[in-house]
Design a protein around this ligand. Structure first.
Ligand code: ARG
Length: 457
């Protein structure tokens, strides 16, 4: 019997179905059904023979799914109903006992929690792998100077190691965010039933233990309504993807003819269909452009959840594609970033030439005057005047005459001034903790390695 007097409108069926995407939850759906069937028997809610028949049918269904031989049918609305239909076909009427003391509402959120837990762990490991690639690149280019930029204008020179390590710290924070998202999947929703709990004396703790949950969700209403852990995962992913977009953007700039700081490996670039000379940094460009897509998924799920009345609403089915696409997109982006960094060849001469423009030492000259007692704001003005004279006459600062220096400030000793413009002193004077002086970068590298090793432990 059915409650309905007419079949579903085919357009409604198309709107309503989630099978095309939620089939990727089958693995978790079978695992939870196994745990559920065992618990039902242990609690004497079904008999041991029923349990054995259910487990045998589930194993057969699993084999079909593994072999890609599972015959999905037009009427299968989602993966849960498809698996249950097949269990009943295989086991007979006893198959219908599988859904005792369970609703699709607590079932689906349990599957998605398991999926999110796995995905967050996977992302954390991929983030570690990229951080390791960056650490290795930093160690290999410890004392290679290049300009550091603000406003994309040359600002102060830094070592390449220092610049690469900046990304490592971003990733180490991403790592914590993924760990947090994972921690938010630790409460088992199953057992909440449709929303109010179930009419059977179930043992949620044994199910939790079998499925690797640390505890059971304490409120059935919250349990079936909660998708916070997906928001947490998407939020971690959005921030991480945004970091990758900055890395991608820099690789695009740096690999341009204009910068020439890096040559990307051929394996990560592509040619042009018309211009034979082109070697395009498509992978780096896509790192740039994939981030807003992930941020969009986060925004979209916030939209789905916004003002949603408790408890389960079909709106919640819209959590999955945002989650799945994010998992896939982030996965390929993290792997691509690591591949590009591992294969990148940096150009010491181009970077150091760019960092040797002595205008980049203007702050150091200003600080030199400060150390002689000139207030910083005044010294800033004096050096700005020198820069203007140099730029207007097309000379580097080092070629300003003694008279020009004296005219700017009587505190400016020409010999000391020119000594200061010797390139390495601009970097090696940045001795503050976290600064670019080599000793500080070495400390930083060590700290980054330890932080990464703690993740692995
Ligand atoms: N496919 C559904 C989803 O993803 C499963 C839960 C359906 N529950 C319901 N009461 N119709 O959310």
């Amino acid at each position: 019997m059915s409650r309905f007097s007419e079949p579903q409108d085919p357009v409604f069926a198309r709107l309503n179905t989630s099978l095309s995407f939620d089939r990727r939850l089958w693995h978790h759906d079978i695992a939870q059904s196994r745990a559920h069937a065992r618990m039902l028997a242990a609690q004497r809610i079904i008999g041991d023979e029923d349990r054995d028949a259910l487990l045998a049918a589930l194993a057969a269904v699993e084999d079909e799914l593994v072999a890609d031989a599972f015959a999905f049918q037009a009427g299968d609305e989602d993966i849960h109903m498809a698996i249950e239909r097949r269990v009943i076909e295989i086991a007979g009427a006893v198959g219908g006992k599988l859904h005792t003391a369970r609703s699709r509402n607590d079932q689906v959120v349990t599957d998605v929690a398991l999926f999110t837990r796995d995905s967050a762990g996977h992302a954390a490991r991929a983030v570690d792998a990229l951080a390791q690639a960056l650490i290795d690149a930093a160690a290999a280019h410890l004392d290679w100077p290049l300009p550091g930029y603000t406003h994309l204008q040359r600002a102060q020179p830094v070592y390449l190691s220092h610049h690469l390590l900046a990304y490592v710290w971003m990733l180490l924070r991403d790592r914590e965010r993924f760990a947090f998202a994972e921690s938010q999947t630790a409460a088992l929703p199953l057992g909440a039933g449709a929303l109010a709990g179930v009419n059977f004396d179930t043992d949620r703790f044994s199910v939790a233990a079998e499925l690797g949950f640390e505890r059971v969700a304490p409120n059935s209403i919250d349990a079936v309504s909660n998708r916070d852990f997906i928001l947490d995962y998407l939020s971690a992913a959005a921030t991480c993807a945004t970091h990758l977009s900055r890395l991608g953007a820099e690789l695009v700039l740096w690999s341009s003819e204009e910068f020439g700081f890096v040559t990307l490996p051929d394996a990560w670039t592509s040619g042009s269909s018309i211009m034979p000379q082109k070697k395009n940094p498509d992978a780096a460009e896509l790192l740039r452009a994939k981030a807003p897509r992930i941020v969009g998924h986060l925004g979209a799920l916030h939209g789905v959840m916004h003002a949603l009345p408790l408890t389960y609403n079909k709106d919640l089915q819209e959590d999955k594609e945002h989650l799945f696409d994010t998992v896939d997109t982030l996965d390929v982006c993290l792997a691509a970033a690591a591949g590009m960094i591992r294969g990148a060849r940096f150009d010491a001469a181009r970077m150091s030439a760019a960092a040797s423009d002595d205008l980049i030492a203007a702050t150091d000259v200003a600080d030199h005057l400060v150390k002689q007692g000139v207030p910083f704001r005044a010294s800033h003005g004096i050096v700005a005047g020198l820069v203007r004279v140099a730029v207007d006459s097309g000379r580097p600062l080092a070629e300003l005459t003694d008279e020009e220096l004296a005219a700017a400030s009587e505190r400016l000793d020409p010999a000391a001034f020119r000594a200061l413009l010797a390139q390495s002193s601009w970097l090696e004077s940045k001795v503050s903790v976290g600064g670019t002086a080599l000793a500080r970068v070495r400390e930083q590298l060590q700290a980054a390695r330890s932080a990464l090793a703690r993740n692995a432990a």
